[in-house]
Structure formats: C-alpha cells, structure tokens
Design a protein around this ligand. Sequence first.
Ligand code: FAD
Length: 432
Amino acid sequence: MKTALVWFKNDLRVADNASLYNAVKNCDRVISVYCFDPKLFAKDQFGFKKTERYRAKFLLETVQDLKQNLANLNISLLSFEKSPEIALLEIVRKYNITDIYLQKEWTAEETESIKNVKDNLKTEKIDFVETYDQFLFHPNDLPFSIAALPYVFTDFRKKCERNCKVKNTVNISKLSATNKLENINDLPSLNNLGFENFETDHRSAFPYKGGETEALKRLQYYFWESKKLSYYKKTRNGLVGEDYSSKFSAWLANGSISAKTIYEQVKSYEKEVAKNDSTYWLIFELIWRDYFKYVSLKHGNNIFKLGGILNKKYNWNNNSDLIEQWINGQTKEAFVNANMLEIKQTGWMSNRGRQNVASYFAKELELDWRIGAAYFEAMLIDYDVHSNYGNWLYVAGVGNDPRDRKFNVKLQAKRYDPNQKFQNLWLQNQLF
Ligand code: FAD
C-alpha cells in the first residue's frame, strides 16, 4: 500500500498542482501537510522579520482556503507550527508514509529545508518526488540549457515564444471519503504567529484575501466580468486603486494560482472576447516572471550577493539614517515617500513605485541594495524570492539590465502622477 504525503510550500492550490495530481494518480492514500516554519518569521541578517504581518495574514487565509478545498476532495491537511524536518518525521511514522510529493525548489533557504527533511528521514526509506511546478514554460521544454540562458530578457522571450508550448493544466479528481483523517488540528492564528490582528488600510490597492478561491474570483472579475484585461497595457503603470493591473502577484507567489491557469484563461479570453496588445502583455509579464526564476536557477546564490550575477564592484554604503528615512517615507523625494508609506501601511506597492524607490535606494542613495531587498522581503504581500531579488539586481545594476539606467524620480512622478493624486493619498495628513 502506497501512502503519499503532499508537502505544500509555495504551491498552495488544488487546481493544476502537479504534486497533488501525481500523488492521487500513483498512491492508494493521500495526506497533506503545511508547516508554518518558525524560520519564516525569524529575523534576517539586517534585522528585518523575514515575513511581516501583511504576508503572514495572507498566508493564513491561503492555508485556510487550501484546507477547505482539499477537504472537498477528501484529502486532509495537517498543519504544524514547527520546522518541516520535525513535523514530517512525526507524520511519516504515524501514517506509514511511503512517498513524499513536493514542488522542486533551488534557492538556498528552500533547499536547506528540503535537505534537512531528507536527512531526518534517511532511515525511513521514503521516495521523494520533486516537480518543477512554478513556471509558465517548463524547464524540460526550453530550447536551450539553463547554463545557456540568454543574458537579455528579449532573447529569452523570443526563443521561448517560438519554441516552447505551455503545458496544459491538470485537474485532480476527488478521492473516496475513507481517505479523510479524523480529528485534524486547527490552523494557528495571527497571534500564534507573533502578530497583532489588524484592519486593512482603506487606501490599499490590494485589499484582497489569500487563497485559491479569491485568486480565481479576481481572475473572473478582471478578465470576464469587467473585461479590464482588454485595457491592461494602457493602465498597468497606474498607482491608485485596485484595477490598474491584475494584482495576481500575491496569489502567484505562494502558488494559490498557477501561471498556466492564467495563461489558459487569457487564451480563452482572446478567443471568446478579443485579442489585442493588452491580452498579449499580461502573458509578456508572466514571461518576465519566468525569466527571473531561470536567472536564479542559473546563477544560484549569486542573486543574493552584493556584486550580483555580474560580480560588479560599486561603492555601496549602509548609512542607517538614510535607510530609516527611506523606510519611513522621509526622503527628499515626495514620490518615493508616498510609495514607501504605501508599502509600510499595506504591504503593497505598484510596479512603477517599486522601480522608483529601488532605483532611488541603490542608485541615488547608493545604499547596499540587499538591505532594500530584505525590507521588501519582509513587507510585500506578494514577496517571491526570484522576482524580488531578480528585480532588485536589475535595478541596482548588478543583474540583467544592459542599459543600467537610473530613474529620474521627479520626471517619473510628473509622468505617472501628474495631478499628485497618488502622492496626496499617502502624504496628506502625514505627521513628520
Ligand atoms: P501585473 O502588471 O498585472 O502583471 C501580471 C503578473 O506578471 C504579475 O502578477 C507578476 O507575476 C508578473 N510580473 C509583472 N511584472 C513583473 C516583473 N517586473 N518581474 C517579475 N514578474 C512580473 N513581483 C513579485 O511577484 N514578487 C516580488 O517580490 C517582487 N518584487 C519586486 C521588487 C522590485 C524592486 C521590483 C521593481 C519589482 C518587483 N516585482 C515583484 C515585480 C512587479 O512589481 C510585481 O510582480 C507587480 O507589480 C505585481 O502586480 P500585478 O500582479 O498587478 O502585476
């Protein structure tokens, strides 16, 4: 008898989930687990919590929804507030697990966690099945080796568009009721994870809850109900409100929705409603997301190093006053300040905002870009290791930007916030 354990990490969905699909297909019984690893909430080398309250709350909502969606398939989700190596050993012994299914990861902390689990289970004779399941274009389908990944995004995109086919999504069938476990434990609360409860700021451009159900609701709204997808290319540089861009990032980051699901829906929309520059552009952005994943797959831990993937030497400083002013929205630039107050009070910032505040941090203040990236890691609801570090490298001039540009923040503010609507939203009534 084969009993599978699906170990959920950043693939917190039941639709189009390769690990779940393979476990259900290949095993007689399926159990699943999520660990709220204390390491996720510990402090990093710069003194920031690795996960702040916004993403912690979103994660709890996500796992709650996952648990319900799995229950509908007669699969139980166990949850633990301990490190995976301890939790998984307990489960393996208690339920006679034979196979563990998980999403394949490659960045330092994630691989260390997986290695610790494997080390702890050495004597248990477990088969580990690890699958890449976070991409649009699957690594096996690339027309080049990872080592030969194009240095420039456009080359990568064109080669993939010409030669790769996005794989179809997979669906999981319901198991019999006997697969369910009795008496499974409750999820922790936000307090248990070390945070006070809080209300979402009414100005937030991202007032959404976590979970697959919410992700699909947002997709339904953004594509089919409002048809905003048809205007995405025109609005995507916006700063205020919920609809200037898709807002899929947070659900994509923790895997509540797959990039392939979004891709399939864009293709259906193009057939049933209309195909235009905007529908294509959403796919274009998903290819950027893939690109940063491949950059980190190719360059490994260099994405976390000061010299980046280019091993460039610049003069960086770590002046703590300048860092505090940036974090608290007290720099000389009102546009930077408005964006920094937005992230501080909501865990969200637009792409335009991120580019400007990161460029200001790294290029204007010449601060060690890894500190800015670590602050984003703590605060962002949609933090994704590859997208965050990839974008920071790029903006800081140690990544894949052949132009190595610096944003002119004043001009950017004039162009993208001509009536100061965004700046007023965050700076009015602000006490300095
Ligand atoms: P949309 O404009 O609707 O785009 C659709 C999807 O395409 C996004 O959800 C995202 O998955 C992907 N995408 C769009 N732009 C990018 C990009 N530049 N790089 C990678 N993927 C992209 N994105 C994250 O998901 N997590 C991060 O931690 C993160 N950190 C960033 C840090 C910096 C300094 C910068 C400049 C950008 C960062 N981004 C990050 C990329 C981008 O800002 C967000 O993905 C985007 O703003 C999310 O909003 P949206 O979902 O409405 O995007």
